[in-house]
Design a protein around this ligand. Structure first.
Ligand SMILES: Nc1ncnc2c1ncn2[C@@H]1O[C@H](COP(=O)(O)OP(=O)(O)OP(=O)(O)O)[C@@H](O)[C@H]1O
Ligand SMILES: [Mg+2]
Length: 329
């Protein structure tokens, strides 16, 4: 994730070598307005209403990775001309003292132009439930006069109830009926980006790439940028990529090659956690002797994926258990 590990300033980003002056597409093409975001109508309408009324309520934006939560929180603040700060819950937001000092300084400083102040607590599900989250509930009340809070998270169930009850919860989940419309809108965006960057493409390949990672738009753009290094996005690239994935996973499990399996996990852990278990299920079932055992195992780890702090450990644990206990045909 850009910025999360201070990676913005480095020359490497998720395997893409960034030439000086070259931009990450996810940042370069981050929508600046709510209107530019590809979102379900219901979500767009809610945000349009906030902008029309000129008000930011306390919000909790929840949904899977790369669907536009942080982008939208920023776009809302920009559109309304708010004074805002972004605090990352998986980083500085973990320490209650830093958080308290930062919020207090920001919230209590007078805004001369009378601008609304907003604290965006990004990735709030990483903040400690026993210390940091309960303190925040107090902050919301203390600073309610002149400051609003927007929380973003992947797993709303990791935030304590008092935070839910003090915020308007907006779910970025995409209903199956909305998928075709949103996918075709994002496809337009991909084409626009490729045209702007002067990269040739095959539309069918674009559609496949999009559907593979949908609705993780960050992942789609990163893959697109990675592939476009050669100047063209064509069928060769995509089929090659998918085959290697399934083949490497199966080989590592059959050969009980733990190192190879870890490598596969590292390459794939950015995929939406629920989706990756579905992919493993599809790849493994035709290959194993004990199907029910594998189904139960995968179901168990997919369930856990909604709660664990570290997806990589959960995924590795799942594959370790399969490697140790499952017989292949
Ligand atoms: N709805 C969207 N419309 C257009 N582009 C999007 C959308 N969502 C994400 N993107 C692209 O992906 C990038 C990352 O999005 P963003 O940081 O808002 O995701 P997020 O939902 O906050 O993810 P995470 O849960 O991992 O924090 C954006 O900079 C933008 O380029
Ligand atoms: Mg985010």
């Amino acid at each position: 994730m850009a910025g999360k590990n201070g990676q913005k300033s480095k020359l490497y980003y998720e395997g893409v070598i960034m030439e000086p002056g070259q931009f990450l597409w996810v940042e370069k093409y981050r929508p600046r307005t709510v209107e530019d975001c590809v979102l379900p109508e219901s979500v767009k309408k809610q945000f349009a209403t906030f902008i029309k009324k000129g008000e930011v309520p306390n919000l909790l934006l929840s949904g899977t990775a790369g669907t536009g939560k942080t982008t939208l929180a920023r776009a809302l603040c920009e559109s309304l001309g708010c004074d805002y700060i972004v605090i990352n819950g998986s980083d500085e937001g973990r320490q209650i003292d830093t958080l308290r000092t930062k919020i207090r300084q920001f919230a209590s400083a007078v805004s001369f132009e009378g601008k609304t102040k907003v604290v965006i607590l990004d990735e709030a599900d990483y903040m400690n439930r026993d210390s940091v989250q309960p303190a925040l509930r107090g902050f919301i009340e203390t600073f309610s006069e002149n400051c609003r809070f927007i929380f973003t998270c992947n797993y709303a169930n990791r935030l304590i109830d008092p935070l839910h009850s003090r915020t308007t919860v907006i779910d970025f989940k995409i209903a199956p009926s909305d998928r075709p419309v949103l996918a075709s809108k994002f496809m337009e965006r991909m084409k626009y980006i490729l045209n702007t960057e002067g990269v040739q493409y095959n539309e069918k390949v674009l559609a496949e790439l999009l559907m593979k990672h949908f609705p993780d738009y960050r992942r789609v753009l990163n893959e697109l940028q990675r592939y476009s290094v050669s100047g063209v996005i064509d069928e060769g690239i995509l089929s090659n990529f998918q085959e290697i994935n399934a083949k490497q996973l199966l080989e590592s499990l059959r050969e009980k090659d733990w190192k190879k399996m870890r490598q596969w996990v590292a390459n794939n852990v950015d995929t939406d956690p629920q989706g990756i278990f579905r992919q493993i299920y599809d790849i493994l079932l035709p290959e194993v002797k004990s199907v029910p055992q594998v189904v139960l195992l995968i179901a168990d780890y997919q369930y856990k994926a909604a709660f664990v702090a570290d997806q990589e450990i959960n995924l590795t644990a799942c594959l370790t258990e399969i490697m140790a206990n499952v017989e292949f045909k």
